[in-house]
Design a protein around this ligand. Structure first.
Ligand code: UFG
Length: 330
């Protein structure tokens, strides 16, 4: 298959490109390098450009037969989306429409779309299954929810088939140590805890320890980036076979608190980790845990790195590489 990976130079997209190459697919990566890295794209064709560039999109589809698209390119910071919603509606919504229009014009009708647990908003119950009400509470979640909604209409009207994959907390790194998380600024818990362990930041700040959870800190469902990629690959194959649109929640069904993450990181790294407790961050639900039985049953998804220890070992391997790069002469 010829697979277009939009955002293939970013964190999850780059792991996906690696997996597709391993599956001997022809990969075309489109990325504007606003948050991604050229050296994270380990093979295939690379096109530098943006989904805002409709002309580029049309020529991309006109010059190749593209069998399917995986769309990872989006802004992902909840807090930023509250301050700058226009960025999120432009990049995550309007640019996605450009992509869908180009696909339609060129008869490409298979899409795997990166969605998020943020479409559910404050949970009514956990674990969260696909039947849970969708009431996003920030522009990031709304932008993803809107694309999911639009995809349903594009299926009915235009026959564009899609699978929406709602990630819970994506984390971990390539087990071979070639790829990992390189967000600037980094806002996610696991990389920040490991930066505190390596000394790249002074401490990890816990955003609130007065939540109604066993140790008072927020509980999340951490899912390894390679397991997310295997779900994409299975989803693409299922879409090829059935031509039926679908949506799946992706997590391990197991919640870990912020303090459990810090304790596990301490065990894995053997390093002291300075902890500072701060007030709650606005918009953080106490518990987010996925019910991913639908993906297990329908896609035959079998996460390989479900335990937190392994996730943190892989992320630590990557963090140590980042430290070595930062220390080496330019
Ligand atoms: N946290 C800290 N200190 C930090 C960073 C995070 O205590 O320095 C806490 C957060 O308050 C939260 C947990 O660690 O309780 C995880 O936070 P992350 O920022 O790593 O991840 P989120 O759960 O906020 O966000 C993730 C994805 C989003 C997605 C959301 C779904 O990164 O893209 O899940 O709700 F929208």
């Amino acid at each position: 298959m010829n697979v277009l990976v939009v955002g293939g130079a970013g964190y999850i997209g780059s792991h996906m490109v690696k997996m597709l190459l391993g599956e001997r697919q022809h990969v075309i990566t489109l990325d504007n390098l606003s948050g991604g890295y050229r050296d994270a794209v380990l093979g295939g064709e690379f096109v530098e450009g943006s989904l805002a560039d409709r002309g580029l999109l049309h020529s991309l589809f006109a010059l190749r037969r593209i069998d399917a698209v995986m769309h990872f390119a989006s802004f992902i910071q909840v807090g930023e989306s509250m301050r700058e919603p226009a960025l999120y509606y432009q990049n995550n919504l309007a640019n996605s429409l450009n992509l869908l229009d180009a696909m339609r014009s060129h008869g490409c009708n298979r899409l795997i779309f990166s969605s998020t647990a943020a479409i559910f908003g404050e949970p009514d119950y956990v674990p969260i299954d696909e039947a849970h009400p969708q009431l996003p509470i920030n522009p990031y979640g709304v932008s993803k929810w809107m694309v999911e909604r639009i995809l349903r209409d594009y299926d009915s009207a235009y026959g564009l088939k899609s699978v929406c994959l709602r990630y819970f907390n994506a984390c971990g790194a390539d087990p071979e140590g070639l790829l990992g998380e390189r967000h600037v600024p980094e806002t996610h818990l696991i990389p920040l805890v490991l930066q505190a362990a390596s000394g790249r930041v002074d401490a990890i700040r816990i955003f609130g320890d007065d939540y109604p959870t066993p140790d008072g800190t927020c509980v999340r469902d951490y899912v390894h980036v390679e397991d997310l990629c295997s779900a994409h690959w299975l989803a693409l194959n299922a879409l090829q076979k059935s031509s039926r649109s679908a949506a799946f929640n992706l997590g391990n069904g197991q919640g870990y608190s912020v303090r459990q993450v810090i304790d596990t990181a301490h065990e894995v790294t053997g390093r002291p980790i300075e902890v500072i407790v701060e007030p709650r961050r606005s918009g953080d639900p106490a518990r987010l845990v996925a019910d991913a039985r639908h993906a297990v049953d329908r896609l035959n998804w079998k996460p390989q790195h479900a335990d937190l220890q392994t996730i943190i070992e892989h992320a630590w391997q990557w963090e140590q590489k980042m430290v070595r790069i930062a220390a080496s002469p330019a």
